[in-house]
Design a protein around this ligand. Structure first.
Ligand code: F6R
Length: 630
């Protein structure tokens, strides 16, 4: 049966939306040279990761791997200088580094020890450290720092004499997310793939059959695809595709016809990267926290080498960053101070670096940056190190300057963020702040183990609660339509609500070009309230349980002067609906984690307002994704 996918489906639930966005994979088996097809496909997937790339081509029972740090063009250049492997079957990969810095060695594909297998992988193998230790014990030698190489060697270790049963046996040992494309030199025309929590499709064409992270990679050849579901595997031959479940039983799947153009396909069918990335937040958070929380809800922070004694030795924590990352720092101040009772100072990095900060060897400085290249944040890091401070960075881009130069680094596993306005990086940064705060509090003795475990359990529920907020998307889009001709907006809140107001206001202004300000709700009456007149829009954040009544009083003050008030409140607070013009409800969580939920409808509000004003949402005027000048 042929199902037609309509563009209208952009609001439907596609598996692509749920996957890790790290890396792009492609594979081909057919009747024509694989390398050019793989390279062209990888170029289309480059938006998913672009720090290194490689291909493996199988010909005459030997697998030839060629890979390079940098973009696909660097790989092409390397091939032009050395050789281009020939053969009708191959796999390719464009990488967004997770485990191990961008380098030739860490680029995929990875060989198994015997070179019988080569593997490309999208996702994170959470139990890679245990597996690696076990495999090293058995004499396997690792040539990269990646989690993926474990899969390659594991295939050798599980080798049954047959390709497909070996794959089934090996993946049973894996925990985490893994879409895999696998070649085996014994079977020169078959490619095996598996999907688990990272996107994967299969495409059939008259040239041969493909696997790919998304349809962008194959649209030049075909529009006939199979969408793989989690725990499904496939064996592809030049003229055949067979599907299986994890037990090895064959299953039937329907082919689907794609009507997307390349642009829509790259955005997973969404109109903009920003909305795609907003929707990826639950998965990005899961990817960020799950490797750092064990089965008993204990935190294991991979990148941090600080002991509890060292944490207790700090007399002050400084947090410095720019823009939205700075806003994460503002949330962090409330969370860390309240939880761990350690004084926290937050500065925008451009101010911090020039204010002769009172930082010394008793200070911990936390730098937050998506790109890891922001010039002011990088200089703030250098300034802190010069003054003897211990530094931790929270960064999204592996191997970036800030990550490399800080003493410890915690990576947000958000995957590449394409939209200039950050969303999923912000949200994943918040979750790492929570985990750090809990660790600090445990070291400081300000919370008990069981309270920490309860908080961690609550952090685990955030992705699901964010998914619930998405159910209100249409309603938020309708509210946004009313903001189409707005000139000014004011966001107010107290405590963490105020910290989120800063971010919500920036989101709205940077993409919709509406003048917007965020105010601590209690501060409004010290001047700014004179700007409120009939019709002025005020967005009141009323999620901070302790202070909600006070913020509502401030909302009433502006309403008395004619303001239109939109309120964001927790679902148990029904009084807001009777007071304010509109109310968006969000699920409840622990008060210190509320930022993660209340920011989401406001990201959507900013997005849909900018959309109704027909703005260039993904690339707002005058802005760049990475700000490498001061
Ligand atoms: C706003 C936004 C910027 C960045 C800022 C810092 O949506 O994305 O404000 O947060 O430029 O960038 P990074 O995090 O790369 O240091």
């Amino acid at each position: 049966m042929l199902i037609y996918i309509d563009l209208f489906y952009k609001f439907a639930k596609f598996p692509e939306k749920k996957g890790s966005l790290m890396c792009g994979i492609i594979g081909f088996t057919g009747k024509t040279d694989a390398a050019p097809l793989l390279l062209d496909g990888l170029e289309k997937l480059e938006y998913r990761g672009y720090d290194s790339a490689g291909v493996a081509i199988l010909e005459e029972e030997s697998i030839d791997v060629i890979k390079s740090k940098g973009k696909i063009q660097d790989l092409r250049n390397k091939m032009a200088k050395s050789h281009t492997p020939t053969g009708y079957i191959g796999i390719g990969h464009t990488r967004w580094a997770t485990h191990g810095e961008p380098s030739d060695e860490n680029a995929h594909p990875h060989y198994s020890k015997s070179r019988r297998f080569a593997v490309v992988h999208n996702g994170i193998i959470e139990n890679f450290a245990e597996l690696k230790e076990e495999l090293i014990g058995k004499g396997y030698v690792f040539h990269s720092e990646t989690d993926t190489e474990v899969v390659a060697h594991l295939l050798d270790d599980c080798y049954t004499g047959e390709f497909f049963p070996t794959v089934l046996k090996a993946i049973d040992r894996l925990v985490g997310s893994f879409s895999l494309g696998i070649l085996c030199k014994d079977v020169p025309d078959k490619l095996v793939c598996v999907k688990k929590a990272s996107p994967l499709i299969i495409a059939v064409s008259d040239k041969g059959n493909f696997i790919a992270s998304d349809i962008t990679a194959v649209l030049a050849h075909t529009r006939d695809i199979y969408k793989m579901k989690d725990d499904e595997l496939a064996i592809l031959g030049p003229d055949s595709v067979q599907f299986f479940d994890r037990t090895g039983a064959e299953i039937h799947k329907d082919i689907e016809k794609v009507t997307w153009d390349v642009d829509a396909a790259e955005k997973g069918g969404y109109d903009h990267f920003m909305i795609k990335e907003i929707k990826e937040q639950p998965e990005a958070i899961r990817k960020t926290i799950s490797p750092r929380i064990d089965d008993n809800n204990n935190i294991v922070l991979d990148g941090i080498s600080l002991t509890p004694e060292q944490i207790r030795g700090f007399n002050r924590i400084f947090i410095t960053a720019c823009g939205s990352a700075y806003h994460v720092g503002v949330v962090a101040k409330y969370v860390i101070e309240q939880m761990a009772r350690i004084p926290v100072e937050v500065d925008v990095a451009s101010e911090f670096r020039y204010r002769y900060p009172l930082v010394d060897d008793k200070s911990l400085v936390i730098l937050i940056s998506q790109s890891g290249e922001t010039a002011d944040t990088l200089e703030a890091l250098r300034e802190s190190k010069k003054r003897g401070a211990r530094t931790i960075s929270i960064v999204n881009v592996v191997g970036s300057s800030i990550a490399s130069e800080s003493d410890d680094v915690l990576y947000t596993w958000a995957g590449p963020e394409i939209s200039v306005a950050t969303t999923k990086a912000y949200s994943t940064q918040l979750t790492l702040v929570y985990l750090l705060a809990i660790q600090f509090a445990l070291a400081a003795g300000t919370i008990t183990d069981s309270a920490a475990n309860e908080l961690v359990a609550e952090i685990r529920t955030l992705p699901e609660k964010i998914e619930k907020i998405f159910e209100q998307e249409e309603m938020i889009a309708r509210i946004a339509e009313r903001y189409t001709y707005l000139d000014h907006a004011y966001f107010i809140g107290r405590n963490i609500d105020y910290a989120v107001a800063l971010e919500a206001s920036l989101k709205l202004k940077e993409i919709s070009y509406i003048h917007s300000e965020a105010y601590a709700a209690g501060e409004l009456k010290h001047g700014t309230i004179s700007l409120i007149e009939p019709g002025t829009s005020v967005i009141a954040l009323c999620c901070c349980e302790r202070l909600v009544e006070k913020t509502i009083s401030n909302a009433k003050e502006v309403m008395a002067r004619g303001a239109q008030v939109l309120c964001v409140a927790t679902e148990d607070n029904k009084s807001c609906a009777s007071i304010c013009d509109h109310t968006i409800y969000v699920p409840k969580t622990h008060p210190l984690l509320m930022a993660s939920l209340e920011v989401v409808p406001l990201q959507l509000l900013g997005y849909y307002t900018a959309k109704s004003r027909k703005c260039d949402i993904d690339k707002p005027r005058n802005l760049a994704k990475s700000v490498t000048v001061e």
